[in-house]
Design a protein around this ligand. Structure first.
Ligand code: TPP
Ligand code: MG
Length: 341
């Protein structure tokens, strides 16, 4: 999966350069261990919200690369029929409640999903208890409750730039107050666009969450296994009803903030800094755990998958402009009278 995300992003960079992908993207290259480590700790009923730098989260959660690529290209076979694009890809069938172009905005959505899961479980338990009472089988109800006791978890990914957004603090508060099954994952890559976290974040990321009584962990975000182990610990607690968790994953993006950056000639980090983080690349680290033949086989199969994805996505149609308002409104809602698209 690490290799798939890296390869997908390299392919997407090429397609931005050639103009096939309209606009730009925020490449996830360098941060793969975070998405893969966290998503490997999740089960099928769990949910996540993603960010403007979200391709890695969507793929690690299991979205089909060919449909994700078609989405970036704005084609009808995209995950969201080409309407969401890079920053708003979603796949509800996989619990991906959406990437989000607004910094910090995924957190309250994940909190809402966790609250819904908690409420659904409470309603289910109440129903079981009532049924058991009617049948005078209290013991049976107890057993049932046990087997249904594990809550689905919602994960909110966000960057260090979200740490100063009020909505994140409100989300942490509510999640802690209501002991919601949420995992907050801060991907601290050291910068919000060009602003170093060191000059923007008073105190610390984990200090913010700890202030709400949320258990926190600082994790090496370049180490997939370390991220996975920390995520498993937090997910287990959340499932058991012990409330939210918070991981700060120290990571780095090797590319610019977005694909316009090179043209803009921004200077805010030194080549030496980038090189030092390249030495900690999560991919060779993970490949070293495999025997060389297995690693080469995986590389080959990823290359084949991505070649097929590119062929599929480029062959997919552009949406018909006449359907520009399709999928935008819930059933029954229409644009205001007199407003023409
Ligand atoms: C509420 C809001 N403010 C500002 C922006 C503009 N903006 C887009 S990305 C970004 C930086 C985000 O940094 P971080 O959260 O650290 O994520 P990273 O880009 O490092 O992955 C900013 C300020 C935005 N999209 N939303
Ligand atoms: Mg950042």
């Amino acid at each position: 999966m690490l290799r798939l995300i890296r390869g997908f992003e390299e392919l997407a960079l090429g397609l931005v350069k050639s103009g096939a992908i309209p606009g730009g993207i925020h490449p996830y290259i360098g941060q793969e261990a975070v998405a893969v480590g966290v998503c490997s700790a999740l089960g099928p009923a769990d949910r996540l919200t993603s960010t403007h730098r979200g391709h890695g989260h969507v793929l690690a959660r299991g979205a089909a690369p060919h449909r994700m690529l078609a989405e970036l290209l704005g084609r009808v076979d995209g995950l969201n029929a080409g309407r969401g694009g890079s920053m708003h890809a979603a796949d509800l069938s996989l619990g991906i409640l959406g990437a989000n172009g607004i910094v910090g905005a995924g957190a309250p959505i994940a909190v809402g999903a966790a609250w819904a899961a908690q409420q659904a479980r409470l309603a289910q338990q109440a129903q079981l208890a009532q049924q058991a009472q009617q049948a005078q089988q209290a013991q049976l109800a107890q057993d049932d409750r046990g087997s249904h006791g594990h809550l689905p978890v919602a994960v909110a990914f966000f960057g260090d730039g979200a740490l100063n957004q009020g909505v994140l603090l409100e989300s942490l508060n509510l999640a802690a107050m209501w002991r919601l099954p949420v995992l907050f994952v801060c991907e601290n890559n050291g910068y919000a666009t060009t602003l170093p976290a060191a000059t923007a974040v008073a105190g610390s990321a984990t200090g913010r969450a700890a202030a709400f009584g949320i258990p926190v962990e600082e994790v090496d975000g370049m180490d997939t296994e370390a991220v996975r182990a920390a995520a498993l610990r937090a997910v287990r607690r959340a499932r058991d009803g012990d409330g939210p968790g918070f991981l700060e994953c120290r990571t780095y993006r090797y590319e610019g903030h977005h694909t316009m950056e090179r043209r803009m000639k921004l200077r805010y980090r030194t080549p030496a800094e980038v090189e030092a983080w390249r030495d900690r690349d999560p991919l060779p680290r993970a490949a070293a755990l495999l025997d060389p033949a297995t690693a080469a086989g995986l590389d080959r199969s990823v290359a084949e998958q991505l070649a097929a994805a590119e062929e599929f996505a480029l062959a997919s149609e552009h949406p018909d402009p006449a359907g520009a308002l399709d999928h935008l409104y819930a059933d029954g809602l229409r644009p205001r009278p007199g407003v023409t698209p």
